[in-house]
Design a binder for this molecule. Structure first.
Ligand code: FES
Length: 163
């Protein structure tokens, strides 16, 4: 919670806004860059952009950010876990894998990021690797043919690496 209000640097935001010529028509690109920088869109950043870029308002920026699924309004973990729940992955057992991750990270229903901020979890539709189903992607690494046991070992390894 505190992280939301303390991570934003107005110097950094000014730099991003200026790199896109402070143009309203570049709003999506500005938001993408902000998300890349902070791994999500802090509310404070959206309000700032809305007040700095001519022709925008904080409400407009918030509306645009909420509309597009590519934007996350919640902080993401250091490790972003994506569990494919497309048809092939679902049929081959993505749900038990997802449940194993939730249990391992102690995530409550609706909770996307674990309490220590190390992992965030989301389901995605087909990743285009159905032959490897069920597929999990952590950051940019693809983990094929996952099982509950295998993903638990992967998470243990990442937890140790992060220590
Ligand atoms: S359904 Fe999961 S990769 Fe296609």
């Amino acid at each position: 919670m505190n992280a939301k209000s303390s991570v934003v640097s107005t110097e950094k935001l000014d730099e991003i806004i200026q790199s896109f010529d402070s143009k309203k028509s570049n709003l999506i690109a500005i938001l993408q860059k902000v998300q890349e920088t902070y791994r999500y869109l802090p509310e404070e950043a959206m309000i700032y952009i809305g007040s700095k870029v001519e022709g925008l308002s904080p409400a407009t920026v918030l509306g645009v950010a909420t509309f597009y699924a590519q934007f996350s309004l919640e902080p993401k973990g250091k490790f972003e876990i994506k569990v494919c729940d497309g048809t092939a992955c679902h049929v081959r057992g993505s749900m038990p894998v997802l449940n194993a991750i939730r249990a391992k990270l102690n995530l409550q229903e609706g909770q996307l990021t674990c309490d220590n901020g190390l992992f965030s979890l989301e389901t995605v539709s087909c990743l285009g690797a159905c032959g490897l189903a069920p597929v999990v992607v952590i950051n940019d690494k693809v983990y094929p043919q996952m099982t509950s046991d295998a993903i638990t070992i992967v998470l243990d390894t990442l937890m140790k690496e992060a220590e």
